[in-house]
Design a protein around this ligand. Structure first.
Ligand code: UDP
Length: 315
């Protein structure tokens, strides 16, 4: 199979490329590198089945014949999408449409990386795929949330009106090696702070919750969905829910750091709770995550330690 991955230089895009190459597929990866990094692809420099093109998917493009399009391009952390608000709206609208056009032209299957942000600050808990969400359409997170919701609508429209064979994965918080060290996300912030001996910055009282999925579990779930023929959204995430304060304590345990916890203001519209109901993924393709948070943090330790050391070396 020839696969196209948009956003291939990002955290998930690069792990997805590795997983597809590992089972013998060829991958064309595109990225405009606005948040992705060539560092995530450097191990593929001599891989003959991998080709990288620097390309902004907001401009129409044609990679040639492909069998599967994985649409993963978008800034994804609150810090990145706040900085790149207009770009985020455009990649979720024009970018998704251009990617769908490629699938339509080549008769390729299509999988779109959607998000738990479609549920906003959810009033239904845990979140099932039939919940429509509680999203502020004009708040600071709206550039991301509404772009992703517009993408979902566009994907469903290409499925309904053009018969494109589409899939929608709603990805919950995911972490692991290659997570950007400075993208402001909770796991990268806490790991870097713990390893540098700085205070861990817990926003609000730390009572808000998230459910953290290790990257290999997430990719396995995404590939499970890619292989089945469900067109409606499917949640892929780890259903074990953590308060942010307990997550900070887990990071301190795993790193053995003596850092303290420092509380600061909760950002506007920060969701109070997040937890996927994964019944659908389990029933459709027998998926469930295997790696708990502390194990996943241990598996991420070498990566974050190298990031912290290179940062300290350049200071
Ligand atoms: N958070 C925190 N300290 C940080 C970074 C994030 O307490 O240094 C909190 C943030 O307020 C949110 C949760 O951790 O409640 C997850 O934030 P993240 O930016 O990782 O992703 P989100 O799920 O909000 O998109």
């Amino acid at each position: 199979m020839n696969a196209l991955i948009t956003g291939v230089a990002g955290f998930l895009g690069s792990h997805l490329a590795d997983a597809l190459l590992a089972v013998g597929h060829s991958v064309i990866g595109v990225d405009n590198l606005c948040t992705g990094s060539m560092e995530n692809l450097k191990h593929l420099a001599h891989e003959p089945r991998f080709e990288f093109r620097q390309q902004d998917i907001c401009e129409p493009f044609d990679p040639g014949r492909v069998d599967y399009v994985f649409n993963f391009a978008s800034p994804a952390s609150p810090v990145d999408y706040s900085r790149l608000g207009i770009e985020t709206l455009l990649v979720g609208s024009a970018g998704t449409r251009n990617s769908l056009e490629i699938a339509k032209r080549h008769g390729a299957r299509f999988l779109h990386a959607s998000t738990s942000e479609c549920y906003g600050d959810p009033l239904v808990h845990p979140q099932t795929e039939d919940y429509w969400g509680n999203v502020n359409p004009i708040g600071p997170r709206s550039v991301y949330d509404e772009a992703k919701r517009f993408s979902e609508a566009t994907v469903m429209a290409y499925h309904r009106y053009h018969g494109v064979d589409t899939r929608l994965v709603r990805i919950f918080n995911t972490y692991g090696p290659r997570l950007q060290k400075n993208d402001g996300r909770v796991i990268s912030n806490f790991m870097m702070q713990a390893l540098k001996g700085e205070d861990l910055t817990v926003y609000g009282d730390g009572g808000q919750t998230r459910s953290f999925c290790y990257v290999s579990d997430e990719i396995e779930g995404i590939l499970g969905l890619a292989r089945c023929d469900e067109h409606l959204p499917v949640n892929i995430g780890n259903p074990v829910e953590w308060t942010i304060l307990d997550c900070a304590k887990a990071v301190l345990r795993v790193t053995g750091s003596k850092s303290k916890i420092a509380y600061s203001l909760l950002p506007m519209d920060d969701p109070m709770q997040r937890r996927p109901d994964i019944t659908k993924a389990r029933q459709l393709f027998g998926w469930k995550p295997k790696i708990d948070l502390e194990t996943g943090l241990k598996l991420s330790l070498d990566y974050f330690r190298a990031c912290a050391e290179s940062e300290q070396a350049t200071q």
